[in-house]
Design a protein around this ligand. Structure first.
Ligand code: NAD
Length: 280
């Protein structure tokens, strides 16, 4: 049976329309949600992501403060800018686009953002709060994945969830969020033995690896929900970490690439920024 599509494009458009309405109401009270995005260097993919974020802000009625810095920027200079943005009341969210040039330590930079303004949810305080089950600024891609899962109506408690990938921005936090929903969570990574056996058990598979078509149909249980986070730029175009056509014959629900998890990430970034503006 062909899987139902988890349409991130449609869901994110609905969320963004709601954010726009709520922003208009907030603006009437004199509050304009403000997002500062810092781009260091000329990474082409980063430029695309930053452009999408700026467009998303403007469409929602936010103030967008884009800071483009040269690749020669020192860590001190970047920290100086973050300190100014931390103190700026018109800025409710600060996002540093990764990756950063080699002379800058990303951990030091992310930890310098005030946790309340960390709308990407990468600050150690927010990750710690998430791990402890406390309210936190949640990382956008995992938050978007959970929102997509919710639309399936499938109850998560007791489900076998297998997350492939253990990065701080996707794998680890989405595993924590699935755990918070009482799923039984396994995290697989590049050193996992018998990965296929783990994935075959899964009711929910989250693939966040960065390897085109890594998850094949023989690895997936009949009726599983398959979330493809991967964005792989090949000559033929954008491809996910899941071998989409054959896997969609076995899965009950699947996210396409593009149009699945990707658009949700920006919607969640806007939602996090709006949330902080409301609290200001
Ligand atoms: P990463 O490179 O930081 O992590 C990749 C993970 O995959 C690692 O934990 C590694 O252990 C695991 N891995 C690598 N080879 C493996 C193997 N053979 N078997 C099992 N595990 C293996 O990547 P990331 O930042 O988590 O991103 C993963 C993918 O998701 C990338 O394609 C990235 O572009 C994409 N991504 C998409 C969004 C979005 O908005 N849709 C957001 C972030 C990342």
């Amino acid at each position: 049976m062909a899987a139902q599509i988890l349409d991130g494009k449609k869901l994110s458009a609905e969320i963004r329309a709601k954010i726009k309405d709520e922003t208009a109401a907030l603006r009437e009270k004199g509050i304009v949600p403000g997002l500062a995005v810092i781009l260091v260097g000329e990474n082409p993919a980063s430029k695309v992501y930053v452009g999408q974020k700026e467009k998303g802000c403007l469409e929602a009625g936010f103030a967008s403060f884009l800071h483009r810095l040269p690749s020669s920027t020192s860590q001190q200079e970047l920290l100086g800018l973050i300190n100014r943005l931390n103190a700026d009341a018109s800025v409710h969210g600060i996002l540093v686009q990764l990756p950063l040039p080699p002379q800058i330590d990303p951990d030091t930079v992310l930890a310098a953002i005030r946790p309340e303004k960390d709308v990407d949810g990468f600050h150690p305080v927010n990750i710690g709060r998430l791990a402890a089950g406390l309210p936190a600024c949640e990382p956008c891609t995992p938050k978007g994945i959970m929102r997509l899962l919710r639309t399936t109506g499938i109850p998560l408690p007791g489900k076998e969830a297998v997350v492939i990938g253990r990065s701080n921005i996707v794998g680890k936090p989405v595993a924590l969020m699935l755990l918070a929903e009482s799923a039984t969570v396994t995290i697989c990574h590049s050193r996992t033995k018998d990965l296929v056996d783990h994935v075959r058990r899964a009711d929910i598979v989250v693939a966040a690896i960065g390897k085109p078509r890594f998850v094949t149909a023989d690895m997936v249980k009949e009726g599983a929900v398959v979330i493809d986070v991967g964005i792989n730029r090949l000559e033929e175009g954008l491809v996910g970490d899941v071998d989409y056509a054959p896997v969609s014959e076995k899965a009950s629900w699947i996210t396409p690439v593009p149009g699945g998890v990707g658009p949700m990430t920006i919607a969640m970034l806007l939602e996090n920024t709006l949330e902080q503006a409301r609290k200001s």
